[in-house]
Design a protein around this ligand. Structure first.
Ligand code: NI
Ligand code: MN
Length: 233
């Protein structure tokens, strides 16, 4: 599909590095240090302008603080996660809530629902991190993407389609902690995207869902099976 000047690189798991038409770098759920799927040459960033993080679990959140301290991006997170990061010394935190939209550089970011859990589990004891979320991102060229975060399928994905109509959806398919292919196929029915990038699969043995299974279930949707480190544009 036509990404309208946007370049998307999958870093494995739920992590993406996205280059906007204006050349800004947006990271979604950057997990590189201990991510077994992330190629070594993708673990460091030249620059980071924006980070979007969906929830406080280690496989989405554990690198956010260090990347934010180093590159000084705007960090978009749920309000409580933002408070946590600010107490750690992270500047430029743009904590928000579900249903809200904000402009960050040349993107418009809407925080949407996710059906999962959200504690900050990289500390002991676990700290309440607010609810988990997903994001709809609108780029300057008009492309709209939906990163679902970690989630089950939920009926209000239909609302996401009706209000935002994202053309490209990044959906977890690994099963066990999130949707598997069966549920992700139902999510496609609700969201009607042109294309789907399967994510949150293959990282650990329990994440058994595979893109091929989703492809069989949604013949009318373009399933973009990516390799970690691969870029599409
Ligand atoms: Ni999670
Ligand atoms: Mn996860």
């Amino acid at each position: 599909m036509d990404l309208k000047g946007v370049k998307i690189t999958w870093l494995g798991h739920a992590s993406f590095r996205i280059e906007t038409p204006a050349g800004n770098t947006v990271l979604i759920d950057p997990w590189v240090t201990t991510n077994p799927s992330c190629p070594d040459d993708e673990k460091n960033f030249k620059k980071v302008d924006v980070i979007l993080c969906t929830h406080g679990h280690g496989d989405h959140f554990s690198d956010v603080e260090a990347i934010a301290m180093k590159h000084k991006p705007t960090v978009v997170v749920m309000h409580e996660l933002g408070e946590y990061l600010q107490k750690k010394g992270v500047e430029q935190v743009a904590g928000m809530g579900k249903g809200g939209t904000q402009t960050v550089g040349d993107i418009r970011v809407t925080m949407v629902h996710a059906d999962h859990s959200g504690g900050i589990d990289i500390v002991d004891p676990i700290i309440y991190g607010g609810e988990p979320c997903g994001y709809v991102v609108e780029f300057a060229g008009g492309l709209k993407i939906y990163h679902a975060g970690d989630t089950a399928v939920f009926g209000d994905m239909q609302i996401i389609r009706e209000i935002y109509a994202p053309e490209l959806a990044m959906l977890p398919i690994g099963d066990y902690y999130t949707m598997g292919p069966r549920e992700a196929a139902y999510a496609c029915k609700l969201l009607r995207p042109k294309a789907v990038i399967p994510m949150h699969w293959g990282t650990f043995p329990v994440l058994t869902g595979r893109p091929a299974e989703l492809k069989k279930l949604v013949p009318d949707v373009e399933v973009l099976e990516m390799k970690p480190g691969q870029t599409i544009s």
